[in-house]
Design a protein around this ligand. Structure first.
Ligand code: NDP
Ligand code: DXP
Ligand code: MN
Length: 381
């Protein structure tokens, strides 16, 4: 029986690689739903090739344009309503959430409540509302399979292990394009410099996050929720080659690591096939060709976003949501060149100082905080 997949964000970096996974394993998977924000030209090509039963275009006018244009009788949905309908569609058994940003939260929750397996690339879902997501997944008996390479690595290392025997989670970080730059030079970096990730081809937002190390900060929060490990036991280790995707140290001091070439098709495929594995299509890892694997501590002074994420986790409740919402607005502003590189941590810290965190109960609580912080940051920059 083929697994039937809905892909939210099918025109993005993860979405396109997921479609390659489906295409090269067509005996195992089929696409039943696709969603994008505005990219209807690319979506139209995907419709012809993968023949989904329904699609969603978040932008309503683009959805209408697509509907008028295509000849097939597939359902074209729009807005958040459309994303939610697709996330719960009866024909699907897996939702790959690969949209970018906290807009991914409600679709994840809807899919959980509809009993779908969640292949989760959208880390912001867990950063903003990890407690609700994990509680609901437990209540509905739904698996959340991480797609983020580090969390997929940890998930694979923990297969068959007792989570109570974890001593430490060690998240590896490439260090980003600015690992060896001085703080002085970093003050004037431009988006084009930050967009040159050393190892991974990714969307703009996550690539900027990698350059500030906020990506690793978000991943620390993501790991806390996925693996229920105390934040003091989640460590970050810079490993510029991105060959070891992360590690777990157990109480007996045994350390398990997952290795592979830096290619997201592997974690995407594993999220689709878990608990099984199927033949890989990505290049094999040849360690003798890689040469040295090196490690160093992250420079928290040069990259304050990582410390801010730890502080948000320590404050708890709605504070990670504040960090995430502020960061989303600030990354966009940095890309537009309306603020500088160090304005990103500066305004995030400002928002954290103003916000009084509280224990959110509902998604509405989270959405309200998300809206507040976006407006607050916009009013400051
Ligand atoms: N890229 C990577 O290698 C990795 C990514 N991730 C995470 O995966 C997520 C996606 O990242 P990435 O693929 O790089 O991002 P991209 O920017 O490349 O792609 C984002 C995708 O989401 C779509 N999208 C954005 N907003 C909406 C919306 N409101 N409704 C429907 N679709 C929407 C975009 O559509 P459109 O084309 O129309 O704009 C696009 O298809 C992020 O959370 C990121 O942190 C995690 C690990 C690795
Ligand atoms: C591929 C992936 O999972 C990204 O999140 C990656 O980890 C980014 O690289 P950094 O380690 O530089 O943040
Ligand atoms: Mn990652």
């Amino acid at each position: 029986m083929k697994k039937r997949v809905v892909i939210l964000g099918s025109t993005g970096s993860i979405g396109k690689q997921a479609l390659k996974v489906v295409e090269s394993n067509s005996e195992s998977f089929e696409v039943v739903g696709l969603a994008v924000m505005t990219s209807i030209n690319e979506l139209e090509k995907q419709i012809l090739k993968y023949k989904p039963k329904a699609v969603a275009v978040y932008d309503a006018s683009k959805a209408k344009e697509l509907k008028d244009r295509i000849k097939t009788d597939i359902k074209v949905l729009s807005g958040m309503e459309g994303l939610l309908e697709l996330s719960a569609m009866e024909e699907a058994n897996i939702l790959l959430n690969s949209v970018v940003g906290s807009i991914g939260l409600q679709p994840t929750l809807t899919a959980i409540r509809a009993g779908k397996t969640i292949a989760l690339a959208n880390k912001e879902t867990l950063v903003v509302a990890g407690r609700i997501i994990m509680e609901e997944a437990k209540r509905y008996g739904v698996d959340i399979i991480p797609v983020d390479s580090e969390h997929s690595a940890i998930f694979q290392c923990l297969k068959g292990e007792n989570v109570k025997e974890i001593a430490k989670i060690i998240l590896t970080a490439s260090g980003g394009p600015f690992k060896d730059w001085s703080k002085e030079n970093l003050k004037n970096v431009k988006p084009k410099d930050a967009l040159k990730h050393p190892n991974w081809e990714m969307g703009k937002k996550i690539t900027i996050d990698s350059s500030t190390l906020m990506n690793k900060g978000l991943e620390v929060i993501e790991a806390k929720w996925l693996f229920d490990v105390d934040m003091d036991n989640i460590k970050v280790l810079v490993h510029p080659q991105s060959i070891i995707h992360s590690m777990v140290e157990f109480i007996d001091h045994s350390v398990m690591a997952q290795l592979g070439v830096p290619d997201m098709m592997l974690p995407i495929q594993y999220a689709f096939t878990h608990p099984d594995r199927i033949e890989g299509r990505i290049p094999q890892l040849k360690l003798h060709e890689v040469g040295q694997l090196t490690f160093q501590q992250p420079d928290l002074e040069k990259f304050p976003c990582l410390s801010l994420a730890y502080k948000a986790l320590e404050a708890g409740g709605t504070m990670p949501c504040v960090v995430n919402g502020a960061n989303e607005v600030l990354v966009e502003a940095f890309l537009q060149e309306s603020i500088g590189f160090y304005d990103i941590p500066r305004y995030i810290e400002g928002a954290m100082m103003v916000h009084k965190p509280y224990d959110y109960r509902t998604i509405e609580d989270v959405l309200e905080v998300d809206k507040w912080v976006r407006n607050w940051v916009k009013s400051q920059i």
